[in-house]
Design a protein around this ligand. Structure first.
Ligand code: NDP
Length: 290
């Protein structure tokens, strides 16, 4: 990091907990690469203090904030403005300073899209099986439709939550291509094609690394690609099963990278080069021992 002085711009992360975050590595490395006088800090914010944190950050002239669990929805109440896509998703993970207050964006969704593009995965005309119906899955469902997926099947343990996302995405994006299903109903999907599966449940997350939301070999044989949003561990059980069945599998570390890169671009009104993004990625992988 450069010497901090009176010209240093500050950005940061609010969440609870924030101890294991890789965001400071992403932003401070980019600032260092660019020779930009910017410093990024994690801020632990207790429940009940989100409004005070946002107002305080604005008063302290903080340029931008990332927002992580559990405040991605709550924070929306305290913003001057919210980007249309973030509004639809119902979650904000990036705040950008404006004259009126902070404007909220969601960079998780374009972050995942950029990660997929960089791995050569295309969504246009794709048939997607989306596992999960939590906050991340909701963003993924919007992204799939906005990027031209032909069909999105949302499979979730709690069918009601999958139904809710499917009907909202269909209504807001004026489509009918999103369908909610019980987990086991994958068996009814047409077999003449292979599918892209996006794993957006928290099943398999460290330390429960042997868990997987669907076990059946039959399911994995339907896939050409499996993208797991989880990045701890870097090789999930879901990924192993995709590979065993002959598909290609990816973890979520690049999504994390690009959601940070896009936030950095919004704060500084620049485009980060792919070379710089990949230098940051190498550092993240080294920190994870992969
Ligand atoms: P949520 O808590 O909002 O959703 C959790 C999802 O997992 C729900 O669909 C839930 O199903 C399902 N689930 C949880 N436990 C079980 C179980 N035992 N059996 C079956 N299903 C289960 O989490 P998020 O949507 O915020 O995050 C999901 C994952 O995505 C996390 O692992 C997170 O780490 C990852 N993520 C990665 C990012 C990245 O940058 N790579 C960014 C954001 C998230 P139900 O509805 O039935 O409870």
């Amino acid at each position: 990091m450069r010497q901090i002085d009176g010209y240093t711009r500050t950005c940061g992360l609010i969440g609870n907990p924030v101890e294991h975050t890789m965001s400071p590595m992403i932003h401070n490395t980019l600032a260092e690469r660019e020779g930009r006088n910017l410093a990024y800090m994690p801020f632990h914010v207790e429940n009940g203090n989100v409004k005070a944190a946002i107002e305080g950050a604005y008063a302290l002239n903080i340029l931008g904030l990332n927002v992580t669990v559990p405040y991605k929805s709550e924070v929306m109440k305290y913003l001057a403005e919210t980007d249309e896509t973030a509004q639809r998703i119902g979650a904000v993970n990036t705040l950008v300073r404006t004259a009126a207050g902070y404007k909220g964006y969601n960079t998780d969704m374009p972050g995942l899209y950029r990660a997929m593009c960089s791995e050569g995965i295309r969504l246009k005309d794709e048939h997607v099986i989306l596992l999960g119906a939590g906050g991340a899955a909701r963003a993924v469902a919007f992204m799939c439709v906005l990027e031209g997926a032909k069909k999105v099947y949302i499979l979730n343990r709690t069918l009601d939550k999958a139904n809710q996302i499917a009907s909202e995405v269909n209504r807001l994006l004026e489509t009918d291509c999103v369908t909610a299903m019980e987990m086991r109903d994958y068996a009814s999907l047409p077999r003449e094609r292979k599918y892209l599966a996006i794993q957006a449940t928290s099943v398999g997350l460290y330390p429960n690394v042997e868990d997987v939301v669907i076990q059946d070999k039959d399911f994995f044989e339907m896939l050409h690609t499996g993208f797991d949003l989880i990045y701890r561990p870097a090789n999930t059980k879901f990924m192993s099963l995709v590979k065993e069945a002959g598909g290609q599998a990816f973890h979520g570390l690049k999504m994390l990278l690009y959601q940070g890169v896009i936030a950095y671009e919004l704060w500084n009104d620049i485009s980060v080069t792919e070379e710089d993004a990949l230098i940051v990625y190498e550092k993240m992988k080294a920190a994870m021992g992969i």
